[in-house]
Ligand binder design. Structure first.
Ligand SMILES: [Zn+2]
Length: 518
């Protein structure tokens, strides 16, 4: 061994002035198919450990895998959206390695015959378009999940014991691998983040995954290498594993550039290895030295037939692709002034909506609201939610609006119920909370938690009469013409109905009752 493999990190600006970074991203995406990749087990996050398993995904002797057609279709959808060539014939391969979370001791993956190859994705960075080449998109099965108990870090070192949950084993997993991305200089960390953001939005639009980074359905490995500025040769890369937020993708690249520059400045060499990113310190530490492909002893999976998607099927899938984020953004730009008029908002309002990434969400929501008969009114409600309560929630969780566990369809439904008087503002808030807590779409949350506004006139009338009887002196004031005093009684009725009445209706009813009795 020659030269050092350590060195003090170099400040970022200095590092990128002397070295050219080259990055590469490998993104794993759990598909949201109903069943697993090679068996009929249901897929779901948060189920009791080892409740969603069968002989196939547990790798029991004698069990045989069968390919899930929906997973193939989803993968082709992704490949087409990334401008890839779709293989007319390809095979799965066995990737052999031992790890306790992999019950078969091999993973069914794709090796030299990926389903989709050679595409690209355009990413907007500071008004410029960076075209990121896509090397391949292939399909494999996910592994189980180890849980290391005891110890400070949650890693196996220092743990008292380990548990393993095979629910995730066999979930269809797509891996999207970029070509090396060079020439971005100081923008490399931002390009990495921009690429993952664009890919995530694309996958969400395709409806193939719920792309929840915090739940692990979208996971990123980030390759980084440095070469002396102007050099034609690439440096040795490191692979930072499982970087689990957009912000971490940017920080991981930045930290690796600073660390590797320190080693190269000291005349040392960077080791080809995997590294772990630490959210708290924003730095990486070494994992294992990187395996070479031959360590996995790949060979064609003998238990599966080849995959041969027909040209007609691929054309059908292409024809059914939804509008993709880039096209949607261009369309929003085109109709922006028309929307301003329809929604009756100022240019500054439009700009602030765009700035926090709410414009597209508000537009989708307004488009989905039916029966309001008034676009400006629907837009006012949509802006109230996306720019108010939901923006606050996203901010609190340190995520973007689009990452919230709520869709424009959910918000549109809540608005319909507000417009029809079935929800008031307070109840609507609780319904949105329920949706974000994973309790289902609005109507399910309302049914489960009994959140509909009390519209039963008998129930309301009884509550109003009770409030009047309990507050005779206030009722007398109202009868005497001081209608402003009704506010106290409205409060009493709202309390009696647990906030589930429409305040305006209650007020009308109180005034009506008091007049009738006088
Ligand atoms: Zn199974």
């Amino acid at each position: 061994m020659t030269g050092t493999t350590t060195g003090s990190p170099v400040p970022f600006e200095a590092a990128v002035s002397r070295y050219d970074p080259v990055i590469g991203l490998e993104t794993h995406v759990e598909l949201s198919t109903a069943a697993k990749m090679f068996c009929g087990c249901r897929v779901g996050f948060g189920a009791a450990p080892n409740s969603g398993v069968c002989p196939v995904c547990l790798g029991l002797p004698g069990s045989l895998p069968v390919i899930n057609k929906a997973a193939i279709e989803y993968t082709i959808r992704i490949g087409l959206a990334l401008n890839c060539t779709i293989a007319s014939w390809c095979r799965f391969a066995r990737k052999n390695y031992f790890y306790p979370d992999m019950p078969k001791n091999f993973q069914i993956s794709q090796y030299d015959e990926p389903l989709c190859t050679d595409g690209w994705l355009d990413v907007e960075i500071a008004g410029q378009t960076v075209r990121v080449g896509i090397e391949r998109v292939h399909l494999e099965e996910d592994t189980g999940k180890s849980l290391h108990v005891g110890g400070a870090t949650g890693r196996i070192h220092g743990a008292d014991y380990s548990l393993v949950d095979y629910n995730r084993a066999g979930i269809p997993l797509v891996e999207v691998v970029t070509k090396p991305i060079g020439g971005t200089g100081a923008l490399a960390p931002v390009v990495a983040r921009g690429y993952v953001t664009e890919l995530r939005d694309l996958l969400r639009a395709l409806g193939v995954s719920d792309v929840r980074m915090e739940q692990g359905s979208l996971r990123c490995d980030v390759n980084t290498s440095l070469a002396p500025a102007g050099s034609a040769e690439w440096g040795t890369r490191t692979e930072t594993k499982n970087v689990n937020s957009l912000r971490s993708v940017e920080r991981a690249v930045r930290s690796e550039i600073e660390r590797q520059a320190g080693i190269l400045d000291a005349g040392g060499r960077v080791i080809l290895e995997t590294r772990h990113f630490h959210e708290d310190s924003g730095t990486t530490t070494p994992g294992r030295s990187k395996e070479e492909a031959q360590d996995y002893r790949y060979f064609p999976e003998p238990d599966l037939v080849p995959v041969a998607p027909s040209a007609e099927w691929v054309d059908q899938i292409r024809a059914a692709l939804p509008e993709l984020p880039a096209a949607r953004r261009a369309e929003l730009k085109r109709v922006s002034s028309q929307l301003r008029t329809e929604w009756n908002v100022s240019a500054a309002d439009m700009e602030s909506m765009e700035h926090i990434g709410a414009l597209g969400l508000v537009k989708q929501t307004v488009d989905l609201v039916t029966g309001s008969g008034d676009t400006a009114r629907a837009a006012a409600f949509a802006r109230k939610w996306w720019l108010g309560e939901l923006a606050r929630k996203a901010n609190e969780s340190g995520i973007e609006l689009a990452e919230l566990a709520i869709s424009p369809r959910d918000v549109a439904r809540v608005i319909e119920l507000e417009v029809s008087g079935e929800l008031n503002d307070k109840l609507a808030r609780r319904v949105l909370d329920g949706v974000m807590a994973g309790q289902g779409p609005p109507d399910e949350v309302i049914a489960a938690r009994g959140l509909a506004v009390v519209t039963d006139s008998g129930v309301l009338a009884a509550a109003v009469d009770e409030a009047i009887a309990a507050n005779p002196e206030i009722a007398a004031k109202i009868r005497g013409g001081k209608t402003a005093a009704a506010g106290t009684l409205v409060g009493a009725v709202m309390q009696a109905t647990g906030g589930q009445a429409d305040a305006a209706t209650v007020r009308d009813l109180i005034l009506q009752r008091c007049t009738a009795q006088s």
